[in-house]
Design a protein around this ligand. Sequence first.
Ligand code: ZN
Length: 307
Amino acid sequence: MRALPALACVLVVAAGALFAQNPKKKDDPAQIGNRDVGKGINIYSIEREMALGKQLAQEVQRQAKVVEDPLVSEYINRTGQNLVRSSDAKVPFTFQVIEGDSPNAFALPGGYVFVYTGLIKLADEEDELAAALAHEIAHVAARHMTKQATKSEIVNLASIPASILLGGGIGAIAARQGANLGIPAVFLHFTRRDEAEADYLGLQYMYAAGYDPNGAISIFEKIQSLQKRQPGTLARVFSTHPMDADRIEKAEKEIGRILPARDEYIVNTSEYRAIRERLINLKRPAAGRGGEEDTERPTIRRRDLVE
Ligand code: ZN
């Protein structure tokens, strides 16, 4: 990794100072939508960011196997839009499921979110999927990608082949192909601070949409467990930084600190169960699953039952 030029360092410091001006709003989920979480030094206009995202998304759609099943498409989009409405994001979003065993999701600039089937298989409950979607929405709302691009002074983001994106999420680009393309590792590599911010905002978004924020803890722990079982192959899951105990503990503390307990949360829905089964069976017919409980109402977790 080469050292950042001095100018970029100045920009980073300046962006940090701007960000620190308004710490309270960012801690208050009641202020969602009114907090300018995307502010900071950025050479991309929103319009340019959206055009860039669209171009990259078209490449992804050409090269990935998008799940075309209308029930799945409609479900992921509606679930995603519901979270977007509870977020700080200022751009329109699209959500698509693509085939891939890695339990991963990634967002492109301008609101294009892709979810691997592997993530839906790992997420037993809808609040776990919502945690992943909310995290990706947060990266877009906070404009992390274009801020990173700004910092690293790389303007020609659109020239990156989307096939690289499919190798395991955004982080894999820098890790595996960055050297070949002459891209500094800092580019498209969310910083630990970006990841922490996406975790923090994502928790608020899922909470604001009515989900149990502990769904995030649950999916984080599953990812951490997978990383332990299959080190290396899953190191890029969810982020450029592996899930670790500190990250999980931080999320738990944040839930306790800023998300007042509610009487009821959405944990799962019969619709999600059906969609998940459908995806599992699309790839592996007659897998011997089924017999799961069937209810029309969302599963509600009473607060007093939560540890
Ligand atoms: Zn992330």
